[in-house]
Write a protein that binds this ligand. Sequence first.
Ligand code: ATP
Length: 309
Amino acid sequence: MSVLEVKHLKKSFGTIRAVQDISFSVDGGEVFTIIGPNGAGKTTTLEMIEGLVTPDQGEIHFGDWNWNRDANTIKKMIGVQPQSSAMFDLLTPEENLHLFSTFYSHSRPTEEILELINLTDHRNNHVKKLSGGQRQRLAIGLAMISDPDIIFLDEPTTGLDPQARRNIWDIILELRNLGKTIILTTHYMEEAEKLSDRVCIIDQGLIVAVDTPSALIEQLSKEREVRLSFLDGEEAAIEGELFLKTLDSVKKIERDDTSLKLWTLHPEDTLYDLFKFTKENEYKVEQISIREKSLEDVFISFTGKEWRD
Ligand code: ATP
């Protein structure tokens, strides 16, 4: 069931059309990720939904509620990850959580939140001593303090190292297990692919595609990229390239010294033919791989542009 619906959202800042026309709906209990390059309009979209920025045009509905009529009800339903600067550096995580809990009539127990964000061991350290990842985990904890049904996380892993990023992923998945709806923004494709039930790809203020990660990847053409290199030098690679060009299933080939990259509609048949050729000519090949398709390929396919992380 849809818990959030946005229709034809638009927002400009002077001549910059940050959000040109965005519509989507989010179901209860899903991780819905808005992904896009820097400046795509992710934060502006989120801030309009969170009631922090007024749209120039468009509608935002949380079920039967909307910001004009039901602001107090919506504020109780949603949790927004605060900016790092909103935390009190000279207080501990536990004290920050206590303080934020006094803003609400109902709150989730601090102990439970510390456990969930894996900060129980650091509960008594000053926030200014925490690492970037620990501060981000505390920010997620603060978004949860009123025990909201819908949680907004704006680029919670930007700038973190891979381990710290994975720790945040675990928390997001745990929140999902608790039945929360999570609306996330990121510019990391891998993150969107791992965490999301559905992904909304935006670029230049417009939606490029919305669907499950696997459905998006499936929409791509069936061509697969195969990489291999020849142990017998450039001459062998040139011969290999000439041979592959005779195969119907091979759509494109690129050669770099002894390595070949090829795009084929039937990887198994192509490799079978290639090995027959190399065996007959006594060439040795190594490092063969068939590349998995990813959301990055979806973005490139829909926009014709390289992904700019
Ligand atoms: P990032 O990944 O870098 O955070 P984003 O996808 O969140 O980017 P937005 O922050 O929504 O993108 O910005 C979209 C566009 O609107 C950008 O060109 C940005 O410079 C511009 N913009 C955003 N907020 C303002 C503002 N308050 N005043 C002027 N321009 C703004």
